[in-house]
Ligand binder design. Structure first.
Ligand code: DQA
Length: 153
């Protein structure tokens, strides 16, 4: 099998309660559903020449840990909105640290403007960077940055 070193494969992971987007606290998270967000990202990814973009939402920490573990050798970048797990999941932090795939941390809301328990991200020290506070544009910016990084690598 020929190895295509220019192939760009991106995994988007959404954590607990993000399946409720659209109806969940719209004043904080907006009116787009998770499906809307995924469709917008898929369209943008195609425009930018991404070969493959896949999406997973889970309310279960272990399922996200497994998805991160399996991303090794399969994906070039992970875009992760770990939702509430951001603030306390050492298991997620360790999974990210265990694989060489770069991760961008995303939040729809500006977590630093909200309750104090949201100010701490236990995954921040092991991700490439964090984008928060821009709604859907947090995801789009993360996608564009990932592609820019891949083009340069
Ligand atoms: C969130 C922020 C988290 O604090 C919260 O638990 C979420 C969503 C965001 O996208 O703004 O579920 O990650």
């Amino acid at each position: 099998m020929e190895l295509n070193i220019n192939t760009k494969r991106i995994l988007v992971l959404h954590g607990p309660n993000l399946n409720l987007l659209g109806t969940r606290e719209p004043e904080i998270y907006g009116n787009l559903t998770l499906n809307d967000i995924n469709e917008i990202l898929e369209t943008r990814a195609k425009e930018l020449g991404v070969d493959e973009i896949n999406f997973l939402q889970s309310n279960f920490e272990g399922e996200l840990v497994e998805a991160i573990q399996k991303a090794r050798g399969r994906y070039d970048f992970i875009l992760l909105n770990a939702a509430a797990l951001t603030h306390y999941s050492i298991a997620l932090r360790d999974a990210i640290a265990a694989i060489p795939v770069p991760v961008i941390e995303i939040h729809l809301s500006n977590v630093h403007k909200r309750e104090e328990f949201r100010h701490k991200s236990v995954i921040a020290p092991v991700v490439m960077g964090q984008i928060c506070g821009f709604g859907i544009d947090s995801y789009i910016a993360a996608l564009e940055i990932a592609i820019r990084k891949l083009r340069r690598s």
